[in-house]
Design a protein around this ligand. Structure first.
Ligand code: GAL
Length: 702
């Protein structure tokens, strides 16, 4: 990140800091906070996220004295502000005066005040009040030199992502009218001739509240789209005010990683900087693998540009059933992983651990024991290390592989009441496919289904249930230009109206994949099925387990069958296929393969794309390279508790220790090295360096 381009964060270093809630502390504590922040290397603080009732104690009556003082104090210490618009939770006076601001759930029950985010996204009263506060804040602080970034609301969709109240119903109708123009258009798209759902007028439509039985799936998916759009409209309305008053200040809202409820492609388009809140579970030994996919999404939302980790826990959170702390070193390696994947900084929730409220057991940079707390010691040490990593600022991650994420498909396959099986979980599939690529040593970007696909040589499409002809055309062009495309089961099923494509699946992907699905054969719970690989695989004849899903497919003449079902009613029938097209090939996986099977297929795909494959699997060791085109910064991360050793990177130097990397790189438990070395002229060899690093190591967990 630099200060040069219009609307980028105003900061010349990697960002370091966290959420700060000075309202929860007497003012006498603030000076100590500022002093210790400096000691910890903090240069960016997020506030005042939940301070609306203090800033506007009564309608239209403002009190900025406290916020003025805290911002000035921080700025005197050289600390900049990620300034929240404070609209994440309305004050009690607003909801008591206008109870219709409160959201309703699908049962038509109004959700009471007393937690946070207690507003209906479609409420004009809420919107007006929020925009008034936003404008007042922008006018007051827009010229303050400490202002680095606008932080709109907070985690849109956290707690309340959908609302079924009468105001949302009116908004939903307007949204539908805009989409379909006429009620006949809607009737045709929703297929209301089924079950007698025909509408005469948009006024007859309600949001899909709990009904007598299964609800029209087209209506459900439209409600998902609408609900994402309703929050986006609110976000955009605040952005418009901020752009009008402070046109030079960058705007963000913090995302929640792979979050089903909001189409983050659209949200990212609206803002200047992508930021994410990441809470991998320290008790999950594979949490870093899912985190790598989350971070791949964050950097891809703006075409590879650096993003920012805006929240993570220094140790335990407070909202899981069991909140396990991070072991010594675990927070550091997790932070380094975010940097490796393109974040230009690390921030936490939160600075000082709360004394009261629902988050008093949530860890903070400064724990209840103050300076003596382990979290303070560890965050202070990390703050110092971040300064040595300054050269990575603004550099980008190189990746040859991308995974397609499409919210329409995600929403479509998660409607519970009308699918062949509810066991096909979009996110679980995406994670399983990503995990296979990760295990083979490749960082994975994320792409839109219709592209652009950038420099990627492999596209992974775990599921594209809803496929449009435009998407199919873009994917076909990718293959013809030499790409390797891998498509998972239950793809190409419906169009954008949730209607089955003529001739059945895979619809507009039929020619590209060279298959037709005759029928879906989801696995019953407990049913065990396998596929057998043919001679084109490294281990011909090997069988691999099938998870969740299988299909009866028919293959077209030029389609190769690479694996067949080995048992059950589909025994002997094709399971995995490939069809060459132009300079590339399209692979189809009609079954959910187990992790070994996924890796075996992807190893073949990578070989075809000339993407190197790690010789051995060690998922605790991760290697990711950021580059500025001249210098590569290769992060070597040990996510495990056993010592590891990575091969040398000749001509390199560890930015953290200054040690040359000409001999083996020793990594203790949760160890990290960040090797700066000359970038190869051709990007492809950079992948080889990463792959070689992975080869000789194979250690078991202790
Ligand atoms: C985030 C939220 C923060 C804090 C944090 C605790 O979801 O934005 O305000 O609640 O979780 O982990």
């Amino acid at each position: 990140m630099t200060t040069t381009s219009p609307r980028s964060i105003r900061l010349d270093a990697l960002a370091y800091g966290g959420d700060y809630n000075p309202d929860q502390w007497p003012e006498s504590v603030w000076a100590e906070d500022a002093r210790l922040m400096v000691e910890a290397g903090v240069n960016l603080v997020t506030l005042p996220v939940f301070s609306w009732p203090l800033l506007e104690p009564r309608p239209g009556e403002y009190d900025f004295a406290g916020l003025d003082r805290v911002i000035d104090l921080l700025w005197e210490h050289g600390i900049r502000i990620d300034l929240a618009t404070a609209t994440a939770t309305p004050p009690a006076w607003l909801v008591r005066e206008h109870p219709e601001v409160l959201p309703w759930n699908a049962d038509g029950v109004r959700l009471e005040f007393g937690s946070r985010q207690s507003y209906c996204p479609s409420s004009p009263i809420f919107r007006e009040a929020a925009l008034r506060l936003t404008r007042t804040l922008a006018e007051r602080y827009g010229a303050h030199p400490a202002l680095a970034l606008w932080h709109v609301s907070n985690e849109y969709g956290d707690h309340v992502s959908r609302c079924w109240c009468p105001e949302s119903a009116r908004h939903f109708r307007r949204w539908l009218q805009n989409r379909y123009q006429t009620i006949d258009g809607l009737n045709a798209a929703w297929g209301t001739s089924c079950w007698g759902q025909h509408y005469l007028d948009f006024e007859q439509i309600e949001p899909p509240r709990t009904a007598t039985g299964p609800i029209n799936p087209a209506e459900l998916v439209d409600f998902e789209r609408f609900s994402s759009d309703a929050l986006l409209e609110l976000f955009q309305a605040e952005i418009d005010v901020l752009r009008e008053v402070t046109p030079d200040i960058a705007v963000t809202t913090n995302f929640m990683s792979m979050f089903r409820e909001l189409d983050y492609w659209d949200f990212a388009d609206a803002e200047d900087l992508v930021t994410d809140d990441a809470y991998p579970d320290p008790s999950d030994q594979d949490a870093h693998i899912a985190a790598a996919l989350n971070y791949g999404l964050m950097r891809s939302l703006k075409d590879g540009r650096p993003w920012l980790l805006l929240e993570q826990a220094p140790s335990a959170v407070s909202w899981r059933e069991v909140n396990v702390p991070k072991a010594p070193g675990q927070m550091r390696v997790g932070s380094m992983q975010a940097l490796a994947h393109g974040s230009d900084g690390v921030l936490f929730f939160q600075w000082r651990q709360a004394k009261f409220g629902p988050e008093k057991f949530h860890s903070a940079m400064l724990g209840h024991r103050g300076e003596r707390s382990r979290t303070f010691q560890e965050t202070k040490a990390l703050g110092a290390e971040l300064k040595t990593l300054a050269p990575i600022t603004g550099t980008r991650v190189r990746a040859s592989v991308a995974l397609v994420a499409d919210w329409d498909s995600w929403w479509g396959v998660s409607e519970p009441e009308s699918l062949p099986s509810v066991r096909l979980d979009w996110l679980r599939e995406a994670r399983a496919w990503h995990a296979a690529a990760y295990a083979l040593g490749q960082p994975v970007d994320v792409a839109r289904a219709a592209g652009p696909y950038g420099e990627h040589r492999v596209l992974l499409v775990p599921n594209l249930y809803a496929t449009t002809t435009e998407q199919a055309a873009a994917l076909t062009a990718f293959v013809e230009a030499g790409g390797q495309l891998v498509v998972g089961p239950f793809s190409g099923v419906v169009d954008h109206r949730e209607q089955i494509h003529d001739g059945g699946a895979p619809g507009p992907l039929r020619d590209l994949l060279g298959v037709e699905v005759d029928e879906w054969w989801p696995l019953a719970d407990g049913q065990i099925r396998s596929v057998a690989f043919d001679t084109s695989f490294a281990t011909p004849g090997e069988t691999h387990g099938v998870r969740v899903w299988s299909e009866w497919i028919e293959v077209a003449p030029r389609t190769e069958v690479l694996a067949t079902y080995a048992d059950g009613d589909l025994a002997g029938r094709p399971a995995v296929t490939r069809r060459a097209s132009g300079a590339g090939a399209a692979w189809y996986l009609s079954a959910g393969l187990d992790s070994d099977g996924m890796r075996a297929v992807l190893a073949q795909v990578f070989a075809a794309a000339d993407v190197p494959v790690a010789a051995s699997i060690d998922t605790d060791l991760e290697v990711v390279t950021r580059t500025d085109g001249t210098t590569d910064y290769t992060f070597v991360l040990n996510h495990g508790r056993a010592d590891r050793s990575a091969p040398p990177i000749p001509g390199g130097r560890d930015l953290l220790t200054g040690a040359p990397s000409d001999s083996a790189i020793a990594l203790p438990a949760f160890g990290v090295a960040v090797i700066a070395h000359p970038a190869p002229a051709d990007p492809a060899p950079a992948r080889t360096i990463e792959s070689e690093l992975l080869q000789p190591t194979r250690r078991e967990r202790p």
